[in-house]
Design a protein around this ligand. Structure first.
Ligand SMILES: Cc1ncc(COP(=O)(O)O)c(C=O)c1O
Length: 405
């Protein structure tokens, strides 16, 4: 640990609210899958800013777009037209592949808030003032702001902040009968992550998501897909729902849209999008020219570099290697994921210890709860990096199992 780390950690303790239990490292530079700390030590990044840097760190196309735009114009306001906003909206709708319009926010939670407001307006206009309820999944994660937190299906994150925004019901994922019972005439939307991320990487079954779409159609309810973590080729296609062959009415995006710059999007088809009228919603910074220039460069580079194909191929390779590790160690209960969004569930409570040992060995990997290790590398990840990680996992799991025995 360098002197600059010590100084920063002291400032953090003194002046920053302790909402995160930060790891003892300060990254100062990144390139592709590699991060470098203030001592110049190299790390392989299997977290990618929690799925926010799909192109890899410091991608030259995004850097060039940001530098060019920053030297021209950074911010005006949403009261005026600016460059890049409308082009990025057009590019996102083209990736979606169906007629739609977007609203730009600054984060994932704000995108979810926007989708909730849009669904409430849409529902109330159709079935009256009481039609504002939204059904979401248990173990889901939709963000930390109050309505997004109410939508989140994790009591541990909610309890301290009660009373929460009313109108949310949570059902078990992949249980269509439970969803059927939870949708009432007062329901305006069902909101799901195609693959739950923060909850531990649990995917919707294809038959379930198709049945959810049919149920929403039958009952006149919107299907909102939160693709904040699954979007931008993380699971293979541009958006995870495209592999399921299910088209949502509303989609939330954020994380990797601008390769690490703060941005969020609510995208909605046809008449749903027009439920918002001037004055209904807004944001000072959302859709500004700087972040939209970055977004355009990012969306273009992700497609040009065919990172969706790499995501599918390397995801399959990673799960194969983790499967071998499961046989060798006997310590892994399950390996699951889609594309480069993967997790392994351990048989004992050593996930945090393994992640900490890996960090000191030069690997960034995420632990969820006590038993889940999540891997979300930049989509430029290759076989050599996966092999190196699996070798390190084998050693660390061995140490931690001995320590815990
Ligand atoms: C599926 C999903 N929705 C919403 C969010 C919240 O996004 P943000 O942290 O940008 O507010 C996240 C963040 O992890 C997420 O994974």
């Amino acid at each position: 640990m360098g002197a600059s780390f010590e100084r920063t950690a002291a400032l953090d303790a003194a002046f920053v609210m302790p909402t995160y239990a930060r790891k003892p490292v300060m990254f100062v530079r990144g390139e592709g899958m590699r991060l470098y700390d203030d001592d110049g030590r190299e790390y392989l990044d299997f977290v990618a800013g929690i799925g926010a840097v799909n192109l890899g760190h410091s991608h030259p196309a995004v850097t060039a777009a940001v530098c060019a735009q920053a030297s021209r114009l950074t911010h005006v306001s949403n009261l005026f037209h600016v460059e890049h906003r409308d082009e990025l909206a057009r590019d996102l709708v083209a990736l979606f592949g169906h007629p739609a319009k977007v609203f730009f926010s600054n984060s994932g939670a704000e995108a979810v808030e926007g989708a909730i407001k849009l669904a409430r307006l849409w529902g109330k206009a159709r079935r009256g003032e009481e039609c504002y309820r939204i059904v979401t999944a248990q173990r889901s994660f939709h963000g930390r702001t109050l309505a997004a937190l109410a939508a989140t299906g994790q009591a541990s994150k909610q309890e301290a902040f009660e009373p929460l925004t009313p109108g949310f019901t949570h059902v078990p994922l992949n249980d269509i009968a439970a969803l059927d019972a939870a949708v009432t005439p007062d329901t305006c939307a069902v909101m799901l992550e195609p693959v739950q991320g923060e909850g531990g990487v649990y995917a919707c079954d294809p038959a379930y998501l198709a049945a959810v779409r049919a149920l929403c159609d039958e009952r006149g309810v919107l299907l909102i897909l939160d693709e904040i973590q699954t979007g931008f080729y993380r699971t293979g296609p541009a958006f995870a729902h495209q592999a399921y062959g299910v088209v949502p009415d509303v989609m939330c995006l954020a994380k990797s849209l601008a390769n690490g710059l703060p941005i969020g999007v609510v995208l909605a088809g046809g008449e749903v999008a027009d439920a918002f009228q001037p004055g209904d919603h807004g944001s000072t910074f959302g859709g500004g020219p700087l972040v939209c220039a970055a977004g355009r460069a990012c969306v273009r580079a992700l497609a040009d570099e065919r990172l969706g194909e790499n995501s599918v191929a390397m995801g399959a390779y990673l799960r194969e290697r983790l499967g071998e590790l499961a046989v060798r160690t006997g310590a892994i209960a399950e390996v699951r994921g889609m594309g480069l969004m993967n997790a392994m569930e351990l048989k004992s409570d050593i996930a945090a210890e393994v992640a900490a040992e890996l960090l000191s060995g030069g690997f960034v990997i995420n632990s969820i709860g006590t038993r889940i290790l999540r891997m979300l590398p930049p989509l430029v990840c290759g076989k050599p990096e996966i092999d190196t990680l699996c070798d390190a996992l084998y050693v660390s799991m061995g140490h931690c199992m001995q320590g815990g025995a």
